[in-house]
Design a protein. Structure first.
Length: 190
């Protein structure tokens, strides 16, 4: 019995050291060496200032910017509180919020539908991308605010469009932060 107990304790200590310390340090070290940018959250800096991450959405509310999906992650795009609202499609709070968002967005394009991803949060609440339909919906507003032609704005959207993953997963999408940073560069905004 005593021998079995010693074996069990030693096995627990050794596996804890291997899988709790050595393995995570090795994987982290390899990630830092081989994929430094990705391992550090693909953080973006502009003029030495951190402006965001390619992987985490953020709120853009000024009319000159493309707007992201709504976030239900904590206090808006809070990575520490990632998650959806978990409201059912028939939940009154969700229905009222979506109806309110549609009412705010509808004047941009009277008589046409508002793309669903502009009024619904993603499962994580941190999605950095919008659909091509959501980007197209905002072209007129952004072009007018930036004093650019709609064709110039569409060209930027096209340059920032990412295709389906592995050629068949998901839908084409546009990273909102990358598009807005490029718009700022094009129009020389700080």
């Amino acid at each position: 019995m005593r021998r079995n107990l010693i074996t069990a304790v030693l096995y627990t200590v050794v596996t804890t050291i291997i899988f709790g310390l050595v393995y995570p340090f090795v994987v982290t070290g390899l990630a830092q060496l081989m994929f430094h940018d990705k391992a550090n959250g693909q953080l973006l800096r502009r003029n030495g200032q951190l402006v965001g991450s390619r992987l985490i959405g953020q709120s853009f509310t000024a009319p000159r910017y493309f707007h992201s999906r709504p976030s239900s992650a904590g206090n808006g795009y809070d990575a520490a509180n990632s998650g959806g609202s978990n409201y059912a499609p028939t939940n009154k709070k969700l229905i009222d919020r979506v109806a309110g968002d549609v009412a705010v967005l509808q004047p941009e394009h009277p008589g046409s539908g508002v793309p669903v991803d502009l009024v619904t949060a993603s499962g994580s609440g941190l999605d950095p991308d919008i659909s091509l339909a959501a980007a197209e919906f905002q072209v007129g507003r952004v072009a007018a605010q930036r004093h650019l032609s709609e064709d110039a704005v569409r060209k930027l959207i096209s340059q920032h469009t990412e295709g389906r993953q592995l050629g068949f997963l998901g839908e084409p999408r546009v990273n909102v932060l990358m598009l807005n940073l490029d718009l700022d560069r094009q129009t020389d905004l700080p």
